[in-house]
Design a protein. Structure first.
Length: 662
């Protein structure tokens, strides 16, 4: 028991220890060294006073670590000591509690991240066991912390403490029941699902073993209906064994969410947006209704062009489009079929895949190129360790999770990416996407642990994409990848290529969680997992399974984020946000070109404005961060609609007299 005087004593003790540590550091000149290092950095010219304040906070954390190590090594013990408090809790108790949990999270995160990194880079039984043990430990600590945080619900704490407590209560992606057997089971299921996906291959009729990367290339380039169908079906053979695991994972995670006071896991996920969960769902519907007319125009045009390529018997003009003909394994992004639907007399201005080949760009050079965009805006170059520790190419001798990801191992500067890069324009964009995560992680690293996150999860996904919107013909000429910039009169091609990537994605970005939310709420039951998935695919995207699906099919499992349990609405949001960010940054940079021709390359004012938003992390409701850059507190699809307005006019003309809809 701590009690009021106890907590006051602890606070004094922490402060005394912190200042003792600062004095020790000063004496050993470490502090002067750190201050000098920090204040010489490009983007972070903060005053030494601010640094001193932050170091005090750091020292408090160090002091609590020392105390925690000797007295209460686990989160559970820490939370028990606060929650078993019989006297009224105070803001001082909240300070002690939050400091202690932050400190424990730093350690657990580092341990968990390392285990997860090793597992994802070397998938074996052993690494899966180590990763699930680490994940169990941090989930249990997270659940205990969330339960303990709720004890402060009616305590008069500061607004910052309230935000930190709410974050503790809400942000677990997969909460475990408070029963160690069940939490162990949940962690093991997670690792098994990850392995099934990561190790997935398809052996074709000639006995050739194909990886997802191999199949992705074929889906992008083949125009052979049957070969595409073979790839599409083959990849989906990986997922039937996931179904029972997924069913059980849902039960356990729902029980975990119930224990934290949520109706189900979906409600918990929707509670992370600084607004009531139901309002968030309505926001998504509102945004989708803004974009849907443009999607419908694009769908109608693409379907009729595909019908010309494959024949009306294969692509009927009044039916959803068969899902294997859109250049992508999940029909989520259609840029790879540009050649089939290209407007006549248009020119997207570049074929990055071709130019990368012409200029013999290596995978590392692609990453260096993307880094250069960020440094041109004033961001510090990536650390040497990034180049030493990242995974850039698919190893031939072991199983890895190839799905691209960005990591921040230690919340300091150990940032990395993990990708099996293919030398294509699409992957060049993905590299920008991943580096966006890394530069964001770095920008908020001086925030308290609780706020070391994006303003909402869409922001994290939007930053690199925002930068990639500036990869225009003008920019590619500037960096020597192309020789001439096509005339503006041919821009319909450029807009079409971009719409195939961005507009085509939006209903997919929405439907994945529409499906999951209904699974979590029990509205979709295991018998209906697959049929409901295809109903939603038809309803939102207007695409259909090209063949009847087997009774045991579990097609959602063939999409990375389902077995990985990564929420997906974030990508839908990111697509709205990136066009608003791009427009705002172009305005700041003084751009006078049409928005689709604007590149903020080299513009330090734009970089500074972007960094101001990134540095905030999640310290404020996302609406405030949004306002800092866009001037608005509400997301709006007008920026994306304005960007594509000339294309929409063109599509409407092309679609005249056609039967649209699905
Ligand atoms: O998963 C990703 C990134 C990593 S956060 C590569 N994306 C989604 C996907 O691949 O399905 C980016 C776009 C959507
Ligand atoms: Zn991402």
């Amino acid at each position: 028991m701590i009690g009021y005087f106890g907590s006051l004593f602890l606070t004094i003790k922490y402060l005394a220890m912190s200042y003792y540590i600062i004095i020790k550091m000063l004496v050993s000149r470490n502090l002067f060294y750190i201050l000098r290092q920090k204040s010489s950095s490009n983007n972070k010219k903060r005053s030494n006073m601010k640094q001193l304040f932050k170091l005090s906070a750091l020292a408090i954390v160090i002091a609590t670590t020392l105390t925690a190590c000797s007295e209460q090594p686990t989160t559970k013990a820490a939370t028990t000591s606060v929650t078993s408090e019989s006297k009224a809790l105070t803001a001082d108790d909240a300070l002690v509690f939050l400091t202690k949990i932050a400190n424990e999270q730093v350690e657990l995160n580092l341990e968990g991240n390392r285990a997860e990194w090793i597992y994802q880079n070397f998938i074996t039984e052993d690494t899966a066991a180590l990763s699930s043990a680490a994940s169990q430990k941090s989930t249990e600590a997270g659940v205990a912390a969330a339960v303990a945080a709720a004890r402060f619900d009616n305590v008069d704490v500061t607004p910052t403490q309230r935000r930190q407590l709410n974050i503790l209560k809400q942000s677990l992606v997969i909460p475990a029941p408070q029963d160690s057997k069940k939490s162990a089971e949940l962690a093991q299921i997670g690792a098994k699902l990850g392995s099934l996906y990561g190790k997935g291959t398809y052996t074709d009729k000639d006995g050739k073993v194909l990886s997802l990367g191999d199949m992705t290339s074929i889906m992008a380039t083949s125009r052979d209906y049957d070969q595409l169908l073979d790839m599409w079906q083959g990849w989906r053979e990986i997922s039937p064994p996931m179904k029972d695991l997924y069913t059980r994972q849902t039960e356990l995670a729902n029980e975990g969410a119930n224990g934290l006071g949520y109706k189900d896991l979906g409600t918990m996920w929707r509670s992370n947006y600084d607004m009531p969960a139901d309002d968030f769902a309505k926001e998504l519907d509102r945004l989708w209704l803004q974009v849907k007319p443009l999607y419908d125009d694009l769908h109608c045009y693409v379907r009729s062009e595909l019908s010309k390529t494959y024949g009306e018997d294969k692509v009927a003009l009044d039916q959803p489009i068969p899902a294997h003909l859109l250049g992508n394994m999940w029909a989520q992004s259609w840029g790879n079929i540009y050649d089939l639907v290209a407007p006549e007399n248009a020119d997207p201005g570049y074929d990055v895949t071709k130019q990368l080949e012409v200029h013999n760009y290596s995978e590392i050079e692609m990453v260096k190129g993307a880094e250069k965009f960020f440094t041109s805006l004033g961001f510090e170059a990536l650390p040497q360790t990034f180049w030493e520790r990242s995974l850039f190419t698919k190893p031939q001798d072991r199983d890895v999770i190839c799905h691209a990801s960005a990591w921040d191992l230690d919340a300091k500067d150990d940032i990395r990416i993990k990708m099996c890069i293919q030398r294509t324009g699409e992957e060049f964009s993905t590299i920008h996407h991943e580096l966006g995560h890394n530069f964001y992680q770095r920008a908020y690293q001086d925030q308290p642990v609780y706020f070391q996150n994006s303003a909402n999860d869409g922001f994290h996904e939007a930053i690199g994409d925002t930068i990639a919107l500036s990869v225009t013909p003008k920019y590619l000429k500037e960096i020597g990848l192309i020789d001439t910039i096509p005339d503006e009169s041919k821009d319909i091609g450029l807009l079409m290529k971009m719409a195939l990537e961005k507009i085509a994605f939006m209903p997919f970005g929405l439907m994945v969680d529409q499906w999951r939310w209904q699974v979590f709420s029990g509205q979709i039951t295991p018998e209906n997992y697959n049929s409901a998935w295809w109903e939603l695919r038809e309803k939102y995207q207007g695409v259909a399974a090209p063949v009847a699906r087997d009774a045991d099919a579990f097609d959602p499992g063939a999409k990375y984020h389902v077995p990985a349990n990564t929420p997906y609405s974030r990508y839908f949001l990111a697509h709205i946000q990136q066009f608003e960010f791009h427009r705002a940054l172009c305005g700041i940079s003084g751009n006078t070109d049409p928005i689709h021709r604007c590149s903020i390359y080299n513009n330090k004012d734009a970089g500074k404005a972007l960094n101001t938003m990134l540095e905030m992390g999640s310290s404020q409701p996302w609406q405030q961060a949004y306002k800092v850059l866009t001037g608005n507190e509400q997301m709006d699809a007008r920026a994306i609609l304005d960007y594509f307005a000339p294309l929409q006019t063109w599509l409407k003309q092309k679609n005249e007299g056609k039967q649209c809809g699905f």
